[in-house]
Design a protein around this ligand. Structure first.
Ligand SMILES: *[C@@H]1O[C@H](CO)[C@@H](O)[C@H](O)[C@H]1NC(C)=O
Ligand SMILES: *[C@@H]1O[C@H](CO)[C@@H](O)[C@H](O)[C@H]1NC(C)=O
Ligand SMILES: *[C@@H]1O[C@H](CO)[C@@H](O)[C@H](O)[C@H]1NC(C)=O
Ligand SMILES: *[C@@H]1O[C@H](CO)[C@@H](O)[C@H](O)[C@H]1NC(C)=O
Length: 173
């Protein structure tokens, strides 16, 4: 399997107050202002790395995307997406925002079944997969960590059998 490493960066920061005002699903949060503080915004996530600099100026960038029709769960992939999906972090969980009634967690699955090989990112309808990890922004870069281990901001794109790119990561000291 050929893996291409990249960083994932916030490209356009969309502070959507209408979205947070309509968000019904966070327990214990009742007011617009408190939820506004918890969810500062959401963004497209662009892949930065050798593969993303290929091609001519004017090419659509590689964006973190989902290998499924709109509004459905699926494997996270990277491709030149003219209409990329939106993501944000709430309470250390990375979420995909589809619309105000459909918000799905980005989970991490131990699909390779190996301690050496990377974990795979999958958008699901509920939280599942390997627990304990935390998502955060470091500057404009996406990081994944667990205790004192983290992924150094690195993600690995790999072509799967369907010809789509799966997105993987692994934790290091
Ligand atoms: C959100 O998206 C889902 C799936 O596409 C759709 O069934 C639902 O009607 C949408 N809800 C709103 C409020 O647009
Ligand atoms: C998601 O990726 C896994 C490989 O880790 C693959 O087995 C599965 O078929 C993929 N799912 C889809 C819907 O492409
Ligand atoms: C993934 O599965 C392998 C094999 O069962 C195991 O050795 C490894 O610790 C698991 N990794 C995580 C992060 O759970
Ligand atoms: C995080 O660490 C805990 C405790 O070592 C472990 O049980 C869990 O599988 C880890 N999760 C990931 C995503 O590595």
């Amino acid at each position: 399997m050929a893996f291409v490493s990249m960083l994932l960066a916030i490209t356009s920061y969309i502070a959507s107050l209408l979205f947070v005002a309509a968000m019904p699903s966070f327990e214990g949060v009742t007011s617009w202002s408190s939820i506004g503080n918890l969810v500062p915004g959401m963004s497209f996530l662009e892949g930065l790395g050798p593969a993303s600099t290929q091609g001519t100026a004017g090419h659509v960038p590689f964006y973190m995307s989902i290998a499924a029709t709109r509004g459905n769960p699926g494997n996270v992939t990277m491709y030149r997406n003219r209409s990329p999906p939106l993501f944000y972090i709430h309470q250390s969980q990375l979420w995909h925002y589809h619309n105000e009634s459909m918000i799905m967690p980005v989970n991490v699955h131990n699909t390779t079944g190996s301690s050496q090989l990377p974990l795979q990112m999958v958008v699901g309808t509920k939280s599942e997969g390997v627990p304990g990890g935390r998502w955060r922004w470091q500057g404009t870069m996406l990081f994944y960590e667990n205790g004192s281990q983290n992924n150094q901001g690195l993600f690995y794109s790999c072509a799967d059998v369907n010809g789509l790119n799966g997105l993987f990561l692994f934790l290091q000291w």
